[in-house]
Write a protein that binds this ligand. Structure first.
Ligand code: HXC
Length: 509
């Protein structure tokens, strides 16, 4: 009798593991996609994933659904470890009703989210779904909203990562949208609120799924997603690396991992990084890579608003968030897209106590009718607001230009920057010398302008005026940047700073 019961469990498990059956699994593979369970195997440490709710079934009796019941109801949920650390996940199974979301399917997702919140561990959602389970109607919509509500409650408490590995359309896109990060797979995933057919009907625009909401579109044009990967395996392996940078929750410190990279490593090459001409660009990635442990930098949104660089690295084995202007793109100007991109990243770091290192080379905000009409005022304010409210350790290094309002924005002393360094090549001023002179000395001859420009440059194209006021704590040698930052982070480890009590702030959205 006992053996029979055990066998029955195995039989039921085997059946659940087959999801929608061999034919649909083959179809999934033929599209170059892994199945829901295969994905979890790649994502988690070998053998560590423990599934819950394997026998949950839908409760729909309309449209013949009572005849079609699949154990698990189209989503695999549970927890496991990634490099030894606890993580919760759900993985939608496209072989079961196209991974569509039923009431019960949603309840399973909510259950892991609730558990993750209670114990303080990240949630990773693997999305591959035809959207609301059409046969269930409003029950499914309710299910979505239950998930949305938990995304919001979990925001800032545990990190949330969305992997888009198949269709994601209609209101279903709003769950990923409210998580912290979105990774997409090229050619097999897409996200849109209304698909190409509806777009054609309403606006007469003809567009493919890929153009409308594929991985390239969302990681370049819209900025909805952070990174695009070639295939499922590449995306899942990257998610493993990525989770390693993040604290498990807002109650825990950043993870620390051993490094062989000396904290005081000097980089003589950096002394030549800034070109002689201040209009000549250089690649800010070089400074980032030479500063962080072992040159490892996990960049987010590399192909969107590339005039600002954001991502995670480590110093002395501990995670830091890096924000850096990129002189190679739009001269490193702040525009709407860059301000939104970096603003949200700064807020993530602040929510999870990840120190922020800011590298500054910014000629100002991008001028233009387009920028003004699309609201650079309110959008630029997002980054300003984010830096100003952040209470985590903030270390700033100005490599070259720090002009105008953008000087203030980029984690300046005045926004409670803890340690503000400048290289000797720094130019900290209201604006570039020529522009400044043309305003103060309007109407002068070309020759006189040149002379006055030289005078203005001599006065302001250096870090010493700002340093004389204490706005810069120290002018440092470029080659010592890593050492200075490492020392700074050690000092700031027990930093305590609280904003005044409030229900929440009102960041310009
Ligand atoms: C129930 C669904 C389903 C759904 C797909 N299936 N979507 N079942 N509800 N929403 C089933 C199909 O019947 C089929 O079952 C299997 O999943 C695979 O679907 P195919 O169409 O054969 O696959 P494919 O050709 O790859 O196309 C995938 C797809 C398409 C593009 C996702 O299925 C599709 O357009 N589905 C409908 C999408 C949709 O309109 N969803 C509702 C949107 S409204 P069998 O048994 O044949 O294998 C919405 C609102 C959310 O989501 C609101 C939140 C607030």
């Amino acid at each position: 009798m006992m053996q029979q019961a055990l066998d029955e469990l195995e039989r039921r498990r085997d059946q659940a593991r087959m999801g929608g059956g061999r034919k649909r699994i083959d179809a999934q593979h033929a599209k170059g996609k892994l199945t829901a369970r295969e994905r979890l195997e790649v994502l988690f440490d070998e053998g560590s994933f423990e599934e819950y709710d394997m026998f949950v079934e839908h409760n729909c009796t309309d449209f013949g659904m009572e005849e079609q019941v699949v154990s698990g109801d189209g989503v695999v949920t549970g927890s496991g470890t990634i490099n030894g650390r606890l993580v919760f996940a759900y993985s939608q199974d496209f072989t079961v009703f196209g991974g569509s979301l039923s009431e019960r399917h949603a309840e399973k997702i909510c259950k892991v989210m609730d558990m993750a919140l209670k114990v303080g561990a990240p949630v990773i959602g693997l999305n591959d779904s035809g959207g609301a389970r059409i046969q269930e109607g409003v029950a499914s919509l309710g299910g979505y909203a239950e998930v949305f509500q938990r995304n919001v409650l979990a925001s800032g408490v545990v990190p949330q990562l969305s992997m888009i590995m198949g269709p994601c359309a209609g209101g279903a896109v709003y769950s990923p949208a409210m998580t912290d990060f979105i990774f997409m797979v090229k050619d097999s995933s897409y996200m849109f609120v209304t698909g190409p057919d509806v777009v054609k009907t309403v606006t007469n625009e003809v567009v493919t799924q890929e153009e409308l909401g594929g991985a390239i579109t969302h990681t370049t044009k819209s900025g909805v997603a952070d990174v695009a990967f070639e295939n499922d395996i590449e995306a899942l392996m990257a998610a493993r690396d990525f989770i390693d940078y993040l604290p498990a929750s807002n109650r825990e410190e950043v993870p620390e991992r051993p490094t062989a990279d000396a904290w005081d490593r000097e980089e003589p090459g950096l002394d030549q990084l800034v070109p002689a001409s201040s209009n000549q660009p250089y690649d800010m990635h070089e400074l980032i890579r030479k500063t962080v442990d072992e040159g490892e930098f996990f960049e987010l949104q590399p192909a969107h608003a590339a005039n600002i660089i954001i991502g995670f690295g480590r110093i002395e084995g501990r995670t830091v968030g890096i924000v850096a202007n990129q002189p190679m793109v739009l001269a490193g100007c702040l525009d709407i897209a860059a301000s939104k991109k970096a603003g949200r990243f700064v807020r993530f770091c602040d929510a999870f106590e990840i120190p922020i290192v800011t590298f500054v080379d910014v000629p100002g905000f991008l001028p233009g009718v387009g920028q003004e009409h699309n609201g650079i005022i309110k959008n630029g304010a997002k980054l300003l607001f984010a830096y100003a409210e952040a209470t985590v350790p903030k270390i700033t290094v100005i490599t070259r230009k720090a002009y105008g309002g953008a000087y203030d924005v980029m984690a300046s002393k005045h926004l409670r920057g803890d340690l503000n360094y400048a290289w000797p090549t720094a130019e900290i001023a209201v604006m570039g010398a020529k522009g400044a002179v043309e305003i103060i000395f309007r109407g002068l001859s070309e020759a006189d302008i040149a002379e006055k420009t030289k005078e203005y440059e001599d006065r302001f194209a250096n870090p010493f005026v700002a340093a004389s006021k204490g706005f810069i704590d120290e002018v440092i040698m470029p080659h010592s940047t890593r050492r200075r930052i490492a020392l700074g982070l050690r000092k700031l480890r027990n930093k305590q700073l609280d904003n005044p009590w409030k229900k929440h702030d009102n960041i310009p959205l």
